[in-house]
Design a protein around this ligand. Structure first.
Ligand code: G6Q
Length: 530
């Protein structure tokens, strides 16, 4: 794999793309979107999810060079190596996590020959354990001390142990089993825990403590908070709490938990939604059949991501168009705009998954990078966003590429006709209008009503947000992020950048509890530590 770890700027395609970026495809004007059957040709179809990219500032020449770029950097080969257990979470010659990257193994369950049988075998074992455990909850064999059934789960975790699972639950709660409720506590802000605890019947509540390391102070603190509430309610925490953690972590203590589920260190927190981190909560909320659908959708995309042709490999195409917008056209941010209220936490999840993975300044050899790496990711669901920040998207001085996400059908099919259209039709009409308005713009004699256009975007479109489609959408973004990391030649799988703040917080905490009383003086503590 000699050529596997070169970076973007060292490729031949890079120089040519720089030249093409001086005159990117002009999306404005009447014919721009119709030329060369663009709307039909610039669609990458997959079984569950289509990527429409005619409204990006690309043409055949750019796409050919992006293909060359992907080939030169051997990004698909690197993805294949990742899925087969290569140690990619490392920096050559420097201390690093030095781990495999195997979140994909958690869902490689649907072919007779998984590409990394050991890790997939481990995932199967945990899923079987979960199925048995949930079977006992469903049948009432496992119930609380007063013989009442569990109908509520509080998921306690933070960062990767919270954002992905919370987003998946919100996305799929329309499919929840009758009567099942799920709540999340993440922040060490005591009000977060207090608010959740005040709204549940603890006697019927399972508490799932999720921490891969078993050492995260926020999570351990919130575990204590919940356990205190259980004890105060006359309940035994050991009969209400379950754990998801790394084997032999400080949380791996069977005496303290009703059941423990494991995750291996080759699954990064922000990539852990399809491991036990997401599966335990989703299994409780939706049932195991839907969890399997979710995993199947993710698995479908993982296999597709091994396709070399970028026009058929949807996540790779998404990654390359992102690189075109960021590195060649120079746009610093990316808006993710789901037209689905169920996806309201998806931008937040992607913020972590993308920015923690690709917010890096050194390459995999420990040298300063020679190109921009990860963009700033942000977003909110439409149509709400339209009434908030879209002004800047259409007429601001910053050009913000956008990834729109939409569904032809609503999840719950509860709709009504107002002015002869359904709400779902209104949602879709707004989505399409934004895509076209950003691209084509509109000229006017009144400068205040002039829309410059040429604001690139793409649209991920599916029939309906089902568990399987959610799995596919999640895996597409995970793969996109991984591909971009390969293109920039950075290690997307560690997060050293969060360490300094953690260490300093420890010092401040020490100072705040100083028995001399100076801890009361916030400004004094601050100055003393500088
Ligand atoms: C994610 C990060 C980070 C991590 C949290 C929680 O990729 O590693 O967000 O998930 O710090 O860690 P624990 O699961 O170990 O508590």
């Amino acid at each position: 794999m000699a050529a596997a770890f070169t970076s973007l700027t060292e490729t031949r395609a890079y120089q040519e793309l720089i030249l093409l970026a001086r005159h990117p495809y002009d999306l404005t004007g009447k014919q721009a979107l119709q030329a060369d059957n663009r709307l039909e040709r610039y669609v990458c179809r997959t079984e569950l999810l289509d990527l429409h990219y005619a409204t990006e500032r690309v043409d055949d020449q750019v796409l050919t060079l992006l293909q060359e770029l992907a080939d030169e950097l051997r990004v698909v080969e690197q993805f294949q190596m990742m899925r087969r257990g290569a140690v990619l979470n490392r920096i050559d010659g420097f201390a690093s996590e030095n781990r495999q990257v195997l979140h994909t193994a958690c869902r490689d369950l649907f072919s007779p020959e998984p590409v990394e049988p050991l890790a997939t075998g481990q995932a199967k074992k945990e899923l079987a354990k979960l199925r048995t455990f949930l079977g006992k909850i469903d049948s009432g064999e496992l119930c609380n001390q007063k013989e009442a059934r569990f109908d509520t789960l509080i998921h306690v975790g933070i960062g990767g142990s919270d954002l992905g699972p919370r987003c998946m639950f919100e996305a799929l709660r329309a499919y929840a089993l009758p009567g099942r409720q799920v709540h999340f506590i993440a922040n060490v802000d005591p009000d977060d825990g207090a608010r959740v605890l005040s709204g549940v019947n603890l006697a019927r509540t399972l508490v799932c403590i999720v921490s891969k390391s078993g050492t995260t102070l926020e999570t351990l603190t919130n575990e204590k908070l919940v356990c205190r509430a259980l004890v105060e309610a006359g309940l035994d925490p050991a009969k209400h709490c379950i754990a998801v953690t790394g084997e032999k972590s400080p949380l791996d203590d069977p005496a303290k938990y009703l059941e423990s589920f494991y995750m291996d260190d080759y699954i990064g927190g922000r990539f852990s939604s399809t491991s036990m981190v997401g599966a335990v909560m989703l299994g409780f909320a939706l049932g195991m059949d839907r969890v399997m659908d979710f995993l199947q959708g993710a698995s479908d995309i993982d296999r597709l991501a091994e396709e070399k042709n970028i026009r058929r490999n949807m996540p790779l195409l998404l990654a390359l168009i992102g690189v075109w917008n960021h590195n060649f056209l120079g746009y610093p941010t990316l808006a993710v705009l789901p037209y689905s209220q169920a996806l309201h936490r998806f931008p937040a999840h992607l913020q972590q998954c993308d920015m923690e993975s690709n917010g890096k300044s050194i390459d995999r050899q420990g040298r300063a990078v020679t190109s921009r790496t990860g963009p700033i990711i942000w977003g909110e669901p439409g149509t709400n966003g339209q009434h908030a920040f879209y002004q800047l998207l259409h007429q601001g001085t910053e050009i913000v590429p956008a990834e729109f996400i939409g569904f032809k059908q609503s999840q719950m099919a509860i709709d009504l006709l107002v002015q002869e259209t359904t709400s779902q039709q209104k949602l879709l009409a707004n989505l399409l209008a934004q895509v076209v308005a950003m691209a084509t713009g509109q000229s006017s004699d009144n400068p205040n009503r002039n829309f410059p256009g040429n604001r690139p975007s793409c649209l991920l479109l599916a029939e309906k947000l089902t568990p399987r489609v959610m799995g596919a959408l999640l895996a597409a973004y995970e793969a996109k992020i991984v591909f971009q990391g390969f293109i920039w030649n950075i290690n997307s799988f560690d997060q050293e950048g969060v360490q300094l703040g953690k260490v300093l917080a420890g010092r401040f905490l020490q100072a705040l509890k100083d028995p001399s009383g100076s801890g009361e003086n916030f400004e004094g503590v601050f100055l003393n530590q500088l």
